[in-house]
Write a protein that binds this ligand. Structure first.
Ligand code: PBG
Length: 330
């Protein structure tokens, strides 16, 4: 003992008590930083219970009625944002339900806005994959490729329909080139200059979207690798985010979160708008599945996950745990 060199610098001093650790904590996690994604399914009878999504235990497809209740509950928990996804009863090649003012997503936006008013920021997914029978984020050419510019025209129409329904922020997530500029121009031309854009800036062709396919009843033909990004590329993610800001994005998002924390950090250090991260379905499912097996301690794993995403640079986190996590950090 006596012949060891005793350290002068002792980082452990700052870890001695909960108060000390709380005082020096670098990262905060607050309910207002969390956004709850919600699914609403057309044709679900208000008297029936919401439909569970098997691969996402605890997450459901809502009826219009139960959606309103879920949003009110989220507001009560201190959540300040929701992202709504619609699942139409009938899908077709063009995804026509997306632009129909009576389509499920557009009527649900109206419901949610009527329920919570200004208390919660209402966002909506602006993408065709929930509405197309082939499951792609855009319309197809005759030979089956995703047609960038034809898709832009659909996004423009979809953005205006969502704005007319009262949404605060549209969330273009299809990774078509030029989508943010086209959506911004369409909103402005239709008199919706105050409707904002949360752009999925860096979005990767990810295996972690798996459970989402069940959540929106999508049977994707092929894959999304001609429009979503290659997981090997980080610089490209930064470039995509910068392009979105230049085209008028008010917030840019990185998605998925956990396997892309480096991209998130680089985007945060590069752009000057708020940066969001989407803690996606597969990331949720991994923790839930391991916890259900008793292999990890669920609540600490949730908090560690969300804290890491914040630490990497996310100002805002979309997470299926939003309401529960809000309770844990309060
Ligand atoms: C596109 C969209 C997807 C997700 C959000 N928006 C699916 C995809 O692009 O393949 C995935 C969200 C999740 O996995 O939780 N509409």
């Amino acid at each position: 003992m006596s012949d060891i060199e005793r350290p002068i610098i002792r980082p452990r001093r700052l870890r001695t008590t909960p108060a000390m650790r709380e005082m020096v904590a670098e990262t905060t996690l607050r309910p207002s930083q969390l956004v709850l994604p919600l699914f609403v399914r057309e044709g679900l009878d208000n008297s029936t219970a919401p439909r569970p999504i098997e691969s996402m235990p605890g997450v459901v497809q809502h009826s219009r009625d139960s959606l309103r209740k879920a949003v009110a509950e989220a507001a009560e928990a201190g959540i300040r944002g929701v992202m709504v996804f619609g699942i139409p009863e009938r899908k077709d090649a063009l995804g026509s339900g997306a632009v129909d003012p009576d389509g499920i997503l557009n009527v649900a936006i109206g419901d949610v806005v009527a329920e919570v008013g200004d208390a919660v920021v209402v966002m909506s997914d602006l993408c065709l994959d929930e509405f197309t029978d082939h499951g792609h984020c855009g319309v197809l050419t005759a030979d089956g490729r995703v047609d960038n510019d034809a898709t832009l025209a659909a996004y423009a129409e979809m953005a205006v329909a969502q704005a007319a329904a009262g949404v605060d922020l549209v969330g273009p997530s299809g990774m078509m080139d030029g989508q943010v500029a086209v959506v911004r121009a369409a909103l402005d031309a239709a008199g919706y200059a105050d409707t904002g854009i949360l752009a999925y800036g860096a979005k990767y062709a990810s295996a972690f979207f798996g459970p989402f396919r069940e959540a929106v009843d999508s049977s994707l033909q092929g894959d999304r690798r001609t429009y979503q990004q290659d997981p090997r590329n980080a610089l490209e993610g930064v470039r995509e985010a910068v392009l979105d800001v230049e085209q008028g994005a008010d917030i840019v998002m990185v998605k998925p979160a956990l396997a892309y924390l480096d991209v998130l950090r680089q985007v945060r250090d590069t752009v000057d708008v708020p940066v969001a991260a989407y803690n996606v379905s597969g990331e949720y499912a991994m923790v839930e599945a391991a916890a259900a097996n008793g292999w990890i301690d669920r609540e600490p794993a949730i908090l560690e996950t969300l804290t890491a995403i914040r630490r990497a640079g996310a100002d805002i986190i979309l997470t299926y745990w939003a309401v529960e996590a809000a309770g844990l950090v309060r």
